[in-house]
Structures are given as C-alpha cells and as structure tokens.
Design a protein around this ligand. Structure first.
Ligand SMILES: Cc1ncc(COP(=O)(O)O)c(C=O)c1O
Length: 412
C-alpha cells in the first residue's frame, strides 16, 4: 500500500493553485479537460531549454546528444509507466487524438475494406468517433455501436453479435463525461475471440489509474500528456511492436526515413518511422517528468484518493440538491473515475459554470466532445466537475456552496 496523498503538500507543487480568481481561491475542477502542471515538470522543461536544447537524432555534438538522450529517456519513462514490453512500442504523437488518427490512417487504411466492421460505443469522445466516420465515408466501412445501460455502463448483452465479423474494436477505457470505467480485459478477450484488433482510448484512464497495457492485452492504446500533469503538444500511442512494424508510415518527411532516393524512400524503424519532422523535444522531457511525479505519488494512492473525493462529491451533491440535480454517470466509485457530470432542473450548464466562475470554481460546461453520447442522454450539455491529485473535500465544499448560490440566482 502506498501512503495516502498529502494534498496540502501537493497543492504547493502547482504554482497556478496559489492564484485567485475574482478575489477567491482558485478551485480547479476541470482536470478531465486538462490538468495543471507541477514545478518538477516546469523545471524539467525549463532546464531542457536552458541547458540541453538542440534538435534530436541528428547532431553529433554534445548538447544534441544530451537532448536526444533526454527525449529518449522520456520515452523510456512513459513505456515503463504503462508497462510496455519494449520502449520502442511508445510512439510520440501530439495527443491522443493524433494517436487514434495514426491508427486510422495507417493500420486501418491498410487493413480495412468496404463492408468491414468497426465497433465503437455510445460513450466515445469525438476523437474516437470522427476518424471512423471519415474512414466510413472514404471506404464504406460499417460502424456498430455498443449501447449503454440505464446505469450509464456499457450494455454488453449483445457484445458477441456486435463483434461478429468485426475487424476493430475502438473503445474508451474511461468516459470523460460519465466517468464510467470500461472492463478493457473483458472487451479485449471478446474482440480477440472474434479476430478483431483492439484500440483503447485511454486518455482519461492513464492519468488516474495504474495502467498495464500487457495485462489489457490490447493492440493499441492512446493517451495525452496534458491530462496527466505533463505539457500540451505531446501524447503517446502504444502499439504492439509486430503491428507497428508492419504498418505503413503516417506522415512523410525528415526523421521518419532510413533512406530517400529519387525513386522512393525506405522508412525508419519503429517508432521513428511514425515521428516525422522535428518533434516536441522539451515536451517529451516534461512528459517524462510528469510520469516521475505521478510515480512518486503512487498510482494506487492517486486512484484511492480520487475515489474518496468522488464519493464525497456525489454524496454531497445528492444530499444537498436531491431531485433538483441529476448526476449523469454511475454513483459507485468502484466502476467510475473522477469526472462528475450533472444538470440542474431547468438551468443551462453554461449559466451554472459562469456563476461558479465568480466563486473561483472552474467546471466545464458543454457537450464535452461527446455529442453522440449527449444525444443518447437526451441533453445538449452538462456541467462537469472533475477531480485530480490536487483536489480534496474542501474543493467539493466550495463547489457545493457555489452551486447553492447559482441555484438561488436562477430561482424564479
Ligand atoms: C476520452 C477522451 N478521448 C480523447 C480525448 C482527446 O484528447 P486530446 O484532445 O488530448 O487529443 C479526450 C479529451 O478530452 C478524452 O477525454
């Protein structure tokens, strides 16, 4: 067992949390959208730019070699963080969106023909919907959808029928709207039994729960650094080495080649084959520092803390507002993460979020890039509070007090 998180100490690591908004303490409850950054990540990137910066994989001079080593060390750290079999199985991309698109443009365009089936679910983020719509429009692939239960979990009763003849299951590990955690090992087993490849959108999962891509037995896993204390502009696609090796390159240009001639080119080895052009170097260093930061906290402690804060939040919202407030998502914290979506009877989510801002509370309002899910829920938007390592029960209390004010404000 790792020690429980010391939130007072952790907050001190995040400079932005010292500031005020409208004269109030900043209460940041939008980490499902993007997390804040701790000093060690800011310092690592600063140090890279100040002392070790040059382009990577090219220069034979000292600082270029240092920059290359730091970039590759970032890759090693990320690989270990998700228990990849080999470091080369981590491809650096801009974000989870690019990771999923990489699979859609390379693996899928090589392997899927008209009539082939891709299985998705009703709770997917647009990043794991639109690339497949684009491929459907281009190639005539068929999209099938795993529906939801009334309890906001995947309804797996017809899973075998949906997977029959499928070539790919592309599925989120944790919903950014409902918080629902999907049973990836079970889904992977079922998909593989039908001969389908499995892509996991782990953008919401990796920052919050210890992740073992080998235990999942998936084929591709995509996630973003900026949701896990790291910088924007970098993310990772983990892929099974044999699959990455067989896949054609994604973008063409410098770095991704072994040789270029007038009559063609030879791609580089995995993962450089997929890393065309100058990569986000300081960001890879920051990503590695973010992984170090989370490892030092201990991912089991991170998960336990978020379960505790989420349970407290759900309990307080239900107790204070009863039927006036609807929570969209499971209430059992064993099957959900820390994104809590809700709506007040008769009040638009954007109006709530504006009143909350006056109280220094940042929550997200909108469709959360999950419009197909919003349609299933029958609402245009929700408010969403999401918790991370720097939030605790005092933040929930500020949220509830601010919601009381908002409710009074909108009372007719
Ligand atoms: C479940 C899920 N998938 C994918 C994404 C896309 O992440 P990014 O914008 O970092 O590519 C998000 C971002 O909110 C997400 O929550």
């Amino acid at each position: 067992m790792t020690a429980p998180l010391d939130i007072v100490r952790i907050r001190r690591d995040f400079p932005i949390l010292e500031r005020e908004v409208h004269g109030k303490r900043l209460v940041y409850l939008d980490s499902a959208s993007s997390s804040q950054k701790p000093e060690p990540v800011l310092d690592a990137m600063d140090d890279c730019y100040r002392r070790h910066y040059a382009n990577i994989h090219r220069g034979v001079y000292t600082i270029a070699e240092e920059a290359t080593a730091a970039y590759e060390e970032g890759r090693r750290k990320v690989a270990r963080f998700v228990n990849a079999r080999r470091t080369e199985e981590i491809v650096f991309v801009r974000n989870a969106t690019e990771g999923i698109n990489l699979v859609a443009y390379t693996w899928a365009r090589r392997n899927l023909q008209a009539g082939d089936v891709v299985v998705l679910s009703h709770l997917e983020h647009h990043a794991n919907v639109v690339p497949w719509h684009m491929l459907a429009a281009e190639r005539g692939i068929e999209l099938r959808w795993i529906p939801l239960t009334p309890g906001y979990e995947l309804d797996l009763t017809a899973l075998d029928t949906l997977l029959r003849g499928a070539k790919l299951l592309a599925i989120s590990a944790m919903s950014n709207v409902l918080g629902t955690i999907n049973d990836i090992p079970r889904l992977t087993r079922a998909a593989h039994a039908h001969g389908a490849t499995v892509l996991v959108d782990a953008c919401q999962f990796v920052p919050h729960v210890a992740t073992d891509v080998q235990a999942w037995d998936a084929d591709f896993v995509a996630f973003s650094s900026h949701k896990m204390c790291g910088p924007t502009g970098i993310g990772a696609l983990w892929g099974r080495y044999e699959l990455l090796d067989e896949m054609p390159p994604f973008m063409g240009g410098g770095e991704m080649i072994r040789d270029v001639r007038l009559d063609g080119f030879t791609p580089n080895d995995v993962p450089l084959k997929f890393e065309a052009g100058t990569m986000p170097i300081a960001e890879a260093v920051g990503f590695g520092a973010a992984v170090d930061y989370l490892n030092a906290l201990g991912m089991d402690a991170v998960r336990a803390h978020e379960q505790q804060v989420t349970a407290y939040a759900i309990g307080r919202l239900q107790e204070r507002f009863g039927d006036d407030l609807h929570i969209y998502g499971p209430t059992d914290v064993n099957v959900r993460g820390g994104a809590v979506s809700f709506l007040f009877e008769g009040v638009h989510a954007h109006d709530i979020s504006q009143v909350l801002d006056e109280e220094g509370v940042c929550v997200r309002a909108g469709h959360h890039c999950a419009k197909p899910l919003m349609r299933q829920l029958g609402v245009p938007a929700t408010s969403r509070a999401s918790f991370y390592v720097y939030n605790d029960e005092t933040d929930v209390d500020v949220l509830v007090d601010a919601l009381v004010k908002a409710q009074k404000f909108f009372e007719k």
